[in-house]
Design a protein around this ligand. Structure first.
Ligand SMILES: Cc1ncc(C[n+]2csc(CCOP(=O)(O)OP(=O)(O)O)c2C)c(N)n1
Ligand code: SF4
Ligand SMILES: [Mg+2]
Length: 296
């Protein structure tokens, strides 16, 4: 039975947000063919699906080509300092428990200069959705190796090939206590939007490492490379199984795409902080959350 009258239906239609509601007036300056366009597209669609009012969203980033992303989203934003997306996000989150906080950055930003911050954000299980545009290189500074570059990767600064073994972002996230760990590909934007939506809805630290090729400086890890080398998780995969997640994260040749791990039961940093606030100074929501946790 249709319970909405025409007047109510038009009010619902007015409230329904579109992708354009999340686009800012600033157009991306990325190189043609950059994987980050696919990530941006996925973000718009994930935000539309969630329907959050743009005034309740904060997009935070470090420095790099990928870290320019907050400019292109119609929301509050903080384009911070190289490697510092996590500490800035931590402050914003603790002061604003209810906003939708999404952090963005590159593999250099998150896993080289920002590696220490990543580790501590994961172990605290802060309620942050962190999308890493992993192109296995420093794009903005014109093509040096990053922590996710392959052993033997040739760049202008490693003409004989990199002597460093690559860091595995998903293994690191799992080992350090992140409670939502996923991998996406900017060539599969529909699936990526879904991973990001789930990450935004997850209560805790959500890490989404995205294969996002840099066609200008990385001629190895291209769209074709990831189309050939990355497959979906097998049917029946259990994302609540931590040991299975470690095995899936360590797999390459091919790599797995999808939600490798999710644990919704672990308390967040904000829960622990709220527990230290005397009852008379807690917000009604903190009191309710505390009671819920105590009796569930
Ligand atoms: C403190 C500091 N150190 C170094 C730099 C130079 N720098 C800017 S971006 C960047 C690396 C960018 O690589 P990544 O984070 O992977 O982003 P991408 O450009 O590849 O998206 C570096 C080393 C800086 N801006 N600030
Ligand atoms: S240098 Fe690479 S990462 Fe940066 S905008 Fe160009 S293609 Fe994208
Ligand atoms: Mg990079």
């Amino acid at each position: 039975m249709d319970v909405l009258n025409n007047n109510t239906k038009s009010q619902v239609a007015l409230l329904e947000r579109t992708v354009d509601d999340y686009k800012s007036d600033t157009k991306p300056t990325w190189c043609p063919g950059c994987g980050d366009f696919g990530v941006l597209n996925a973000i718009y669609n994930a935000l539309k699906a969630k329907g959050t009012d743009p005034k309740d969203i904060v997009a935070v980033s470090g420095i790099g080509c990928s870290s320019r992303l907050p400019f292109f989203v119609s929301s509050y934003g903080f384009h911070s300092v190289h490697g510092r997306a996590m500490p800035v996000s931590t402050g914003i989150r603790v002061a604003n428990p209810d906003i939708q906080l999404i952090a963005f950055g590159g593999d250099g930003d998150g896993f080289a200069i920002g590696a220490g911050h990543f580790v501590h954000t994961a172990r605290r299980n802060l309620n942050i959705c962190y999308v890493i545009m992993d192109n296995n290189i420093y794009g903005l500074t014109k093509g040096q190796t990053s922590p996710t570059s392959d052993l033997g990767f040739v760049t202008k600064t490693t003409p004989k090939g990199s002597a460093d073994a690559p860091l595995n972002p998903l293994m690191l996230a799992l080992a350090m206590g992140a409670t939502y760990v996923a991998r996406g590909f900017s060539g599969k934007t529909k699936e990526l939007a879904d991973l990001i939506l789930q990450g935004m809805e997850h209560p805790g630290f959500a890490v989404i490492d995205v294969f996002s090729p840099c066609p200008t400086f990385n001629k190895v890890n291209t769209f074709k490379y990831y189309r050939d080398e990355a497959i979906d998780l097998p049917e029946g995969y259990d994302k609540t199984d931590y040991i299975a997640a470690l095995a899936a994260a360590s797999k390459h040749d091919p790599y797995y795409l999808g939600v490798l791990y999710e644990n919704r039961d672990k308390a967040t940093f904000e829960d622990h902080v709220a527990a230290t606030i005397p009852a008379e100074r807690q917000t009604p929501e903190q009191v309710l959350n505390g009671l819920f946790k105590k009796f569930s």
